[in-house]
Design a protein. Structure first.
Lengths: 319, 277
């Protein structure tokens, strides 16, 4: 289906991250990776070999990973703390809140194999809470790139920023969604398709499914806008409100709990703009998450071309 | 600064710490008094820090992991000229930067601390950065013995040993009391020296109120290729008889009478010191 839209398969965002970090490290000796036995999962094995002096391994100790990352940042380094999102944003949440955000150091935290990337490993390894947890903490941007281009953009934005940033990456290969003319700016969403019947505001690895759904809906006469909301916080409120004013229905899509994530952020933006628009949050419901591959779980919860098409249709053309 | 001058300074700083807590109506009295001799030695004999150039990349770093003893740190920093002493009157007041735990809004403070078990990791990160840069600075952190129940300390201790961070010194304000009572009764974490040694540290135990011992232990790393842990045996509430070694004084401001009595004792100690000169 993606190929029919002219999309080409890229590599995993994790791999793009590792390559981008290597480029940054080559140019700036202060760029440092901090890992918690996560070099393999973070695709940072080659990085560690090429930049052995710019990698700090702390072992399986995520609290220390974040504390050391904060200390490195305070002492003039540009550290990227890399660990599976499930552990990084739960076990070390207090270190993120205090050592990184409250102390306001230029540290980037990279949550790898996020969402249900580790779907079959069970809920211990799912991170469906990270947007919610971090959205409620002051002074950290939250980015969830949809493809390699957005990943590279997010990592460059993190390296250039003096502020804390969280970048959430999946481990599946992703389709390239953007043309060469697209510019990446943290906090500024990217429109992927125009339309005013409905809008799908999606983030991370769900964006491709929103785009495919819009293609299918177009064949049925429904013009669906698609927005890649790569930055969950600070939210591109302008784009959300504009979509809410121009479209008959707003649907949000995320690989996250339906509580506290992109959907609720968009709902708040729309409500506060006085919009009473047909609205639906699509994500992982508040239940013991089904297990299986990421694709299985997406299918189970309707985060697929078919599922999203159906959800849009229900909102736009109620039976 | 001579031992005599340091001792005098420490008594004056005890008074300023108590005054700050009394004025604020709240604060961590016992732990402040137990660590003030350590802070006095650090800021007057050890740390290369200066209020004129507080962001010098080569400055020594001090991270107060036991952040609740912040009033003592404020008193020391004011005395060193990082900010006017009058600002201590704003502790705990609406919109004051002088909150009940350290923040970087206050000149001279490196990191925001106060949740326990964070400072050692941060200090280790700074020490690793120093090693990477081959920088001359040393990194110090002050831990409470009760605080060492936080498991994150031991993650940091392990990494510091692994990376042979001899530019890192952790001082344990070993006053043996926490808010509930004796640390060994609450949940014993002794023997601390053996634990740190097992994690690859060089350990020195000193009387935490003895300026000469503290100076010797803090002047240089105890052993090349190892982080140093200085276990400073202290008395919570040190210097005020009715506060000494009493868990109740972990947190809480003295009453008007208690404050007056404390000042009488400290004035007397100052007079004795001057008389013995």
């Amino acid at each position: 289906m993606a190929e029919s839209l002219g999309l080409k398969m890229g590599r995993a965002n994790l791999e793009e991250f590792a390559a981008t970090l290597a480029d940054l490290a080559r140019a700036d000796g202060n760029v440092v990776a901090v890992t918690s036995d996560s070099r393999g999962s973070g695709k940072l094995g080659p990085f560690g070999q090429e930049f052995s002096g710019q990698l700090v391994e702390v072992g399986i100790a995520e609290q220390n990973l974040v504390g050391i990352t904060a200390g490195l940042a305070a002492a003039g380094k540009r550290p990227f703390g890399v660990s599976p999102a499930c552990f990084l944003t739960a076990r070390s949440l207090e270190q993120i809140k205090n050592d990184v955000c409250y102390s306001d150091v230029p540290a980037t935290l990279v949550g790898i194999s996020a969402g249900v990337s580790y779907g079959a490993l069970g809920s211990t390894h799912h991170s469906l809470h990270d947007f919610a947890a971090l959205r409620a903490i002051h002074n950290i941007s939250i980015l969830a790139p949809a493809d390699n281009f957005e990943t590279r953009g997010a990592i460059h934005a993190a390296a250039a920023s003096d502020k804390p940033m969280y970048v959430r990456l999946g481990k599946a290969a992703t389709y390239s969604l953007h043309g060469s003319e697209t510019k990446f700016e943290a906090g500024k969403s990217i429109p992927l398709r125009d339309g005013n019947d409905a809008v799908l505001i999606a983030t991370g690895e769900t964006v491709i499914h929103a785009l495919l759904a819009a293609g299918q809906l177009a064949r049925g006469g429904i013009a669906c806008r698609v927005i890649s909301m790569h930055t969950v916080k600070p939210l591109d409120v302008e784009a959300v409100v504009k979509a809410g004013r121009e479209c008959r229905a707003v649907l949000t899509v995320e690989e996250h709990s339906i509580h506290g994530g992109l959907g609720e952020a968009c709902a708040a933006a729309l409500m506060q703009d006085g919009r009473n628009v047909a609205f639906r949050i699509i994500g992982i419901p508040d239940e013991e998450t089904v297990t299986g591959s990421q694709a299985d779980i997406f299918r189970h919860y309707g985060i697929t071309m078919e599922g999203l098409s159906e959800a849009v249709t229900q909102l736009v053309r109620p039976a | 600064m001579t031992d005599y001058a340091l001792a005098l300074k420490a008594i004056q700083l005890r008074k300023k710490t108590l005054e700050a807590i009394f004025e604020a109506g709240a604060g961590h009295t016992g732990g402040g008094l137990s660590c003030i001799d350590i802070l006095t030695v650090l800021y007057h004999r050890i740390l290369h820090v200066s209020p004129e150039n507080p962001s010098d990349p080569d400055r020594d770093r001090y991270v107060q992991s036991k952040g609740h003893s912040v009033e003592a740190l404020y008193a020391v920093l004011a005395d060193c000229g990082f900010f006017p002493e009058s600002e201590l009157k704003t502790i705990g007041r609406y919109r004051s930067h002088f909150v009940g735990h350290p923040t970087r809004h206050v000149p001279g403070i490196e990191m925001n601390t106060g949740a326990l078990g964070h400072g050692l990791s941060i200090a280790a990160g700074m020490a690793i950065a120093g090693k990477m840069d081959r920088a001359p600075y040393r990194v110090f952190t002050l831990l409470g013995d009760g605080e060492l129940a936080e498991g994150s300390n031991w993650e940091a201790a392990m990494a510091a040993g692994h990376y042979r961070l001899d530019n890192l010194t952790a001082i344990v304000d070993h006053n043996t009391l926490q808010i509930t009572g004796r640390t060994r009764d609450v949940c014993s974490n002794e023997p601390l020296d053996e634990k740190f040694r097992a994690f690859g540290w060089a350990v020195v135990t000193v009387n935490g109120h003895d300026f000469a011992q503290l100076t010797a232990a803090l002047s240089k790393p105890a052993e090349q290729g190892k982080p140093t842990c200085v276990i400073a045996n202290t008395v919570k509430g040190k210097g005020v008889s009715f506060m000494e070694d009493v868990a109740r004084w972990h947190h809480g401001a003295p009453s008007q009478t208690e404050f007056a009595l404390a000042l009488i004792e400290l004035d007397a100690a100052e007079a004795v010191l001057e008389g013995n000169r």
